[in-house]
Design a protein around this ligand. Sequence first.
Ligand SMILES: N[C@@H](CCC(=O)N[C@@H](CS)C(=O)NCC(=O)O)C(=O)O
Length: 362
Amino acid sequence: MILLHNRIKAIERHPMKTYLQHGKFRFHAIFCLSFFFFYHTAWAGKTLEAIKQKDQISCGVNTGLAGFGSSDSQGNWTGLDVDICRAIASAVLGSADKVRFVPLSAPQRFAALQSGEIDILSRNTTFSLTRDASLGLNQTAVTFYDGQGFMVPTKSKFKSAKQLRGVSVCVQSGTTTEKNLNDFSKANMLAVKPIVFEKLEAANAAYFSGRCKAYTTDASGLASIRSKEAKDPKEHMILPELISKEPLGPMVRRGDDEWFAITKWVIYGLLEAEELGINSKNIEVQKNQSTDPAVLRLLGKSDDMGKLLGLDREWIARSVAQVGNYAEIFDRNVGEKTPLALKRGLNALWSQGGLQYPMPIR
Ligand SMILES: N[C@@H](CCC(=O)N[C@@H](CS)C(=O)NCC(=O)O)C(=O)O
């Protein structure tokens, strides 16, 4: 009894209790709560509302990286990053065509999203702690797991990146590439000479004219540049080492949780469709004949998952019907039958030895 009494006394004397009773605490609590409510009512869902108003998504893409984001002479955009925006437009606005593509160079891309010029940045962009914590942007879901590599002329003597001692390397500014190159050079005491360009075309021109002895960027970027820009792609080889992790995916502005959720779940939905064997060709049959609860849920035939995101029940069924599941998007743009000829590798589903693991849609 005495012990209990002493305990209560101790609690009463505790500085936290004094703080809780103090006016200062009440002021802090009211301040924090009002900030919370203001923050949320001010921003939640604003992007979706604005997109619905203008009946179009503004999607920041590459200025021209075949397989990821590039346009032909008629202004038709293609690529994996392009298709992700199309799939989101389809889920949100009902049509994969309701997208305005805004080409952005590496140094321009984040400001375009921060300023509101675009609603989403879908442009071979790496997720990292620095970017997550300092740009006022949110990283959504990984659409392509990549790593940084090096390309050299096949006739050069280089067989490994570790042989690039004192060599001039073309690299673009405003990228993770530039920083990784410096780290790799220091860690391996290579003293490489980075030759830095602001524009992709300038970096390409410098490498293909022989001004730099090697070229570095994401391995997917190297495959794209080699297939599109080299006179003969066989004259250039990609060295075996990948020197970094480059998880690429779309970014959105911070402060709009609803839009953030929509972008993430459309990507997971495209992956989940692949996982469940639903594609653009069999989707109608699946909708009408499947008895699998997971299929029925994804396609909006049982639970209404779209409603939870502020969309309709057909949200992802429409994206898959119009744009395809993740495998179709991958194969069409960068897969083994395209000039980039990339294997699924890390981008295979988790159930097939890869890293693509969509969060469960349930
Ligand atoms: N994933 C890296 C590199 C992305 C990047 O911008 N790569 C260059 C070289 S492939 C590019 O796409 N440039 C196109 C442009 O600036 O128009 C990053 O996020 O920093």
